[in-house]
Design a protein around this ligand. Structure first.
Ligand SMILES: *Cc1c(COP(=O)(O)O)cnc(C)c1O
Length: 368
C-alpha cells in the first residue's frame, strides 16, 4: 500500500487479498489443522491465513511486523519468556492487574527479579532501567490513567540496552505509535478496542526488530498460545471500523468527563483529556486523541461506588473495555487489583451510544 496513507485509511485497506479479478474483498478464516506437504505453512500451530491478515494490518498500523496470540496475556507470557532466568524486569506500579500478577508469580519463584516504579515518574524509571533486561510500560495505565513519557522512557531503555515493551491497549495504534518513538515491541489485548465488539479474546504484538519477531514466533509455536482462525477473522472484521468507533467513543468520553467533573458526588475524574489532569500535557504531545476510558472516584465511598455500578440500566456492569457498548466496574471488586488503586474508583469504558443517553443513565446511578 501507498506509505503516506492516513491510519484511518490503512485500518480499512491493509491485510486484504491481492486485487486480481474475482478475488474476494476480504480473506476467509481457514479451518485446517495441517497443510499439504511441500510448502511453508506446515501445521496449524505455525501459521494461518486469518492470523496473517490481522498481523499485516496491525503491522501496517504500528509500523512493524505483527504476531497474534490466543489472548493479550498469552502475548505477555511469550514476551516475559524472553527474559533470561533471574533477569530484571522494571514494571509500572499500576498497570493491568493480570500482567502485574504474572510478574509477581515469576518474581516469587525467582524466575525474574521485579522492580515496580511509578511509570509517570520519568526520573525514577530512568534510574531503575540501568542494568534491567526488560522495561514494561503501559500508558495510559489501567485503571489509574497515568501517562508515561514514552519518548523519554524509550530513549532511557535504549541507552541502557533494555528491551522496551509498551502495552498499547488503551490508546490503540490510531492514537499512539510507540515503535515510532523508540519502543522495541508493542503489545495489545486485541480483545478490547481492536476487536471492539466484546465477542473475542485475542492478543497481539508488533515489532520492527526481526530477531525479536522470530524469537516471539518461536515462543508462540512452542508455548502453543495460538488464536483460533475464527477469533482472528472476527478481530480483523472489528478492527476495520476502529477509526469511526474511536471518534465517537472519544467524543463521548470527553463529554462525560466534563459533566462528571461538575457532579457533587464525584471527587475526582481521571481522564488525560481534561486540562487539569496530571497526564494532560504529555498525552497531548504523544497521542493524537485522549481515548475512551476514564476513571472516577466517589469521595472514598467504596460501597456507594459498588451501588452505582449495580444501578445502571444502560451501562453494562462488567469487566473489560473497548467494546461498542459502554461498560463500568469498580476495579477493587477484584482481589487481584493493586491495593493502591482507590477502593471507590470506577473505571468507565465509554462506547458509541448517544452521549445524552449515557449521561442520563450515569447521573441516575450516581444519585441512587
Ligand atoms: C485486558 C488487558 C490485558 C490482557 O488481555 P487479555 O486479552 O484479557 O488476555 C492486558 N493489558 C491491558 C491494558 C488490558 O486492558
Amino acid at each position: 500500500m501507498t506509505p503516506d496513507l492516513d491510519p484511518s485509511t490503512v485500518v480499512v485497506h491493509a491485510g486484504r487479498p491481492e486485487r486480481v479479478p474475482d478475488a474476494p474483498l476480504g480473506g476467509s478464516p481457514v479451518f485446517s489443522s495441517t497443510y499439504l506437504a511441500g510448502g511453508q505453512r506446515g501445521y496449524g500451530r505455525f501459521d494461518n491465513d486469518a492470523w496473517a491478515a490481522l498481523e499485516q494490518t496491525l503491522g501496517a498500523l504500528e509500523g512493524g511486523r505483527g504476531l497474534t496470540f490466543a489472548s493479550g496475556m498469552a502475548a505477555v507470557a511469550a514476551l516475559l519468556d524472553l527474559v533470561p532466568v533471574g533477569g530484571r524486569v522494571v514494571a509500572p506500579q499500576h498497570a493491568y492487574s493480570g500482567v502485574l500478577g504474572l510478574l509477581d508469580q515469576q518474581a516469587s519463584t525467582g524466575r525474574v527479579q521485579l522492580q515496580r516504579v511509578d511509570i509517570a515518574d520519568t526520573e525514577a524509571v530512568t534510574a531503575a532501567v540501568a542494568g534491567a533486561d526488560l522495561l514494561w510500560i503501559e500508558s495510559p495505565t489501567n485503571p489509574a490513567m497515568e501517562v508515561a513519557d514514552l519518548p523519554a522512557l524509550c530513549a532511557a531503555g535504549r541507552a541502557a540496552g533494555t528491551t522496551v515493551v509498551v502495552d498499547n491497549t488503551f490508546a490503540t495504534p490510531l492514537l499512539q505509535r510507540p515503535l515510532a518513538v523508540g519502543a522495541d515491541v508493542v503489545m495489545h489485548s486485541a480483545t478490547k478496542f481492536i476487536a471492539g465488539h466484546s465477542d473475542v479474546v485475542l492478543g497481539a504484538i508488533v515489532t520492527a526488530d526481526d530477531k525479536l519477531w522470530t524469537a516471539l514466533e518461536t515462543k508462540r509455536r512452542s508455548l502453543g498460545a495460538i488464536p483460533g482462525p475464527m477469533e482472528a477473522w472476527l478481530a480483523l472484521r472489528g478492527l476495520r471500523t476502529l477509526a469511526l468507533r474511536l471518534d465517537r467513543a472519544q467524543a463521548n468520553a470527553a463529554f462525560l468527563a466534563e459533566r462528571l467533573l461538575e457532579h457533587p458526588r464525584v471527587s475526582r475524574v481521571r481522564y488525560p483529556g481534561l486540562p487539569d489532569d496530571p497526564g494532560h500535557v504529555r498525552a497531548k504531545q504523544q497521542m493524537s486523541g485522549f481515548g475512551a476510558i476514564l476513571a472516577i472516584e466517589l469521595g472514598g465511598d467504596a460501597d456507594r461506588a459498588q451501588r452505582v455500578c449495580e444501578s445502571t440500566k444502560l451501562w453494562v456492569h462488567a469487566t473489560s473495555v473497548g467494546g461498542v457498548e459502554s461498560m463500568l466496574e469498580r476495579r477493587r471488586r477484584w482481589p487481584a487489583e493493586v491495593p493502591t488503586i482507590p477502593a471507590d474508583l470506577i473505571r468507565l469504558s465509554v462506547g458509541i451510544e448517544h452521549p445524552n443517553d449515557l449521561w442520563t443513565d450515569l447521573a441516575q446511578a450516581l444519585e441512587s
